[in-house]
Design a protein around this ligand. Structure first.
Ligand code: SF4
Ligand code: SF4
Length: 299
């Protein structure tokens, strides 16, 4: 059977309800992200926070930063209008776990107001190991970690610095800390039975030769799904990489890597690289219908 068939029934249920974790669910269930987390604790060369965390984002309109209460109001309004809504995630515009007060206040308010919704979060992983207990306590069911490398020399080309113990740690040393934290966070989540998806950004000439190893390693540690995403490198996006002339991968390169990594593990091929305030079925963005101004006038 498939990887899904081998899971315990309760876990299968959680997968089936999440449009990103199950290719099948994405036709039946909707998700939304609330943009409550502005700060980030690392710097990625591909990031442009004028838009959204490139953990899961494409250039577009800047998301409207919400206060936790506003986010819970918005979730309730969307749930009332989109009955397929099954999952609410926090994915940016910075790193949710670098904004723990705002992130967990939002999850608490959503759980009080709309208790049937499943909660998910995505993170770069730096602050993850210490957050695992809290994530479990708040009943977060799905976690996505963006892991682009295991090798700190490659990491140094992706991450100019991380903010660690109140100071900026640059280059290889910083990347090493990030990589350790990501792997430890992944292990702790799996121990606790959390469903973990790993996102990797394919950066030609930087980590393209390395991602099959990443895929094998995260699978061995128990990640449920690997989502290989293309780097968005356009000068209009304004990333360092865009400015330095780094190219994005071709569709054929992405497909080849996905096939190479597929093996036994579920590979996500239906990711839409949503904005940090996306609303609706995957591939559909109804965020413009649910701005603060609009929800204030809804029933
Ligand atoms: Fe930007 Fe996200 Fe990287 Fe932080 S983790 S620097 S928000 S892409
Ligand atoms: Fe799902 Fe990809 Fe959108 Fe995240 S960015 S909500 S994984 S489709």
């Amino acid at each position: 059977g498939s990887a899904l068939d081998r899971l315990p029934a309760a876990t299968r249920e959680r997968v089936r309800n999440h449009p990103c974790f199950s290719e099948d669910a994405h036709q039946h269930y909707a998700r939304m992200h609330v943009a409550v987390a502005p700060a980030c604790n690392i710097q990625c060369h591909y990031c442009n926070r004028k838009y959204d965390c490139a953990n899961e984002s494409r250039p577009g309109v800047v998301s409207e930063l919400l206060e936790p209460q506003q986010a819970a109001d918005k979730v309730a309004a969307v749930a009332a209008h989109i009955p397929q809504l099954s999952v609410v995630g926090i994915a940016g515009p910075g790193d949710p776990l670098a904004n723990p007060e705002r992130t967990f206040a939002t999850f608490r308010l959503i759980a009080e107001r709309t208790p049937d919704l499943r909660l998910c979060v995505s993170t770069n992983g730096l602050a993850l190991p210490e957050a695992v207990d809290t994530l479990c306590r708040y009943n977060i069911e799905h976690v996505t970690i963006t892991i682009n490398c295991l090798d700190p020399d490659i990491g140094a080309e992706i991450y100019p610095w991380v903010f660690w113990n109140n100071r900026r740690v640059r280059g290889r040393k910083g990347a090493e800390i990030l990589i350790e934290q990501q792997q430890l966070g992944l292990e702790r989540l799996v121990e606790r039975g959390m469903l973990v998806k790993v996102n990797s950004v394919l950066i030609p000439g930087v980590n393209d030769q390395h991602l099959t190893e990443v895929s094998r390693a995260v699978k061995a540690k128990g990640a449920f799904l690997h989502n290989l995403m293309p780097l968005i490198a356009e000068p209009e996006h304004g990333t360092f990489y865009g400015l330095m002339g780094q190219r994005a991968p071709r569709a054929s390169e992405l497909r080849a890597l996905q096939t190479e990594c597929a093996g036994d593990m579920a590979i996500m091929r239906h990711c839409k690289q949503c904005r940090a305030d996306a609303v609706g079925m995957l591939g559909e963005d109804r965020s413009a219908e649910f701005t603060l101004e609009r929800i204030a006038t809804m029933e």
